[in-house]
Design a protein around this ligand. Structure first.
Ligand SMILES: NC(=O)c1ccc[n+]([C@@H]2O[C@H](COP(=O)([O-])OP(=O)(O)OC[C@H]3O[C@@H](n4cnc5c(N)ncnc54)[C@H](OP(=O)(O)O)[C@@H]3O)[C@@H](O)[C@H]2O)c1
Length: 325
């Protein structure tokens, strides 16, 4: 059976989450890791039993035995290195956000097309059976016409040297975690917002440490979210319809065993989320896209719309105005 041969671009912390599902898959194998520092690369390779270690990202891209690059670089390097990987003929699973400007997204799209490779944003929650179940419940009219969506993602960012503090590197809570409730709301709405409004609390380094935003869709559906780096770990999504409400306590990284709560009238129904490793879906999706020719679930057009929405919310917070498009 043909296998996808993966290379890790950097020794980023998050790579620890994607290594186990790559390893667990019969259609993937982890071949190499690259770091700006060969010692870090070798240590990472030793710890995770990765056959090859490279002391530069360029060497990884030049490796002819690599099919797919996992790109978990700091946000400002996502577009640049996804494009460089495409130019080297590699497919790319790129961490969120795909890019920081629409111009960058367009360049990523052009590179994928020109070099005939798959580039997909690693929004792993979109592949999870819990998310697919929620979309199905809505399609089956379980809660009626959608009226309101609420979402939250916060955590305490206590590492003072974290890349998320640097404004020019795409730091800030909306790029880092606000992107989840925004993406989830757009997915549930199955539409793009017609207008948005946002407020932010700006921290000492110039990034948003708290963000509260609203989106109005043309259908009249409203969505509200908050995100931030100063509150304890909180995640949730609530979807309110004319006949009922769906609540998720762990919408973005479900591991299985959580409950999908469906409230209708006085009744509360609890559906247990299937056991499913949270990062497995994005690996399998890339396998299906490259090996079987299926369209990736998270399309570049969809990623473009998420970036556009985040940029509009940041503009709104900056100007104090509603942003329409
Ligand atoms: N999907 C998810 O659940 C999830 C969760 C966490 C993070 N993420 C995303 O993954 C990405 C990485 O996050 P992380 O928390 O894993 O970050 P991290 O541990 O700081 O890793 C970033 C890596 O980028 C490399 N790098 C290249 N240029 C750098 C620079 N100028 N400064 C610092 N590092 C640089 C470093 O690797 P070398 O030193 O080895 O070159 C570093 O290890 C972000 O885009 C984030 O949004 C996604």
């Amino acid at each position: 059976m043909k296998k996808l041969r993966w290379g890790l671009l950097s020794t980023a912390r998050i790579s620890r989450a994607v290594i186990p599902p790559i390893r667990a898959s019969l259609q993937s194998e982890l071949k190499a890791v690259a770091s700006r520092d060969i010692v870090k690369a070798r240590n990472h390779a030793k710890e995770w039993h990765i056959p090859h270690a490279y002391g530069s990202y360029e060497e990884l891209l030049a490796d002819e035995d690599i099919d797919v690059i996992y790109n978990p670089l700091p946000n400002h390097l996502h577009a640049e290195w996804s494009i460089r990987a495409a130019e080297a003929g590699k497919h790319v699973l790129c961490e969120k956000p795909l890019a920081l400007t629409l111009d960058e997204v367009d360049q990523v799209m052009a590179a994928a097309k020109k070099h005939n490779v798959i580039i997909a944003e690693a929004f792993m929650y979109q592949h999870h059976p819990q998310t697919l179940k929620v979309l199905d419940l809505i399609k089956q009219d379980t809660i009626g016409e959608l009226l309101l969506i609420k979402g939250t993602f916060t955590f305490n960012l206590d590492r003072s040297d974290d890349v998320r503090w640097v404004p020019e590197w795409g730091g800030g809570s909306i790029w880092d975690v606000g992107c989840y409730p925004i993406s989830f709301s757009r997915l549930v709405a199955n539409a793009e917002p017609a207008e948005v409004f946002g407020w932010q609390v700006t921290g000492s380094t110039g990034i948003d440490v708290v963000f509260s935003g609203q989106m109005r869709f043309a259908s009249g559906l409203l969505a509200q979210f908050d995100c931030g780096f100063r509150a304890p770990y909180r995640t949730m999504m609530e979807i309110v319809g004319t006949k009922g409400v769906i609540e998720l306590g762990s919408p973005f990284k479900p591991v299985g065993g959580e409950w999908i709560k469906i409230k209708r009238g006085d009744s509360i129904e609890l559906l247990r989320s299937p056991e499913f490793e949270p990062y497995r879906g994005e690996i399998e999706d890339m396998e299906h896209a490259v090996l079987d020719g299926q369209a990736p679930r998270v399309t570049l057009e969809n990623s473009r719309s998420n970036v556009a929405t985040i940029l509009a919310l940041l503009e709104s917070a900056r100007t104090g105005q509603v942003v329409r498009w």
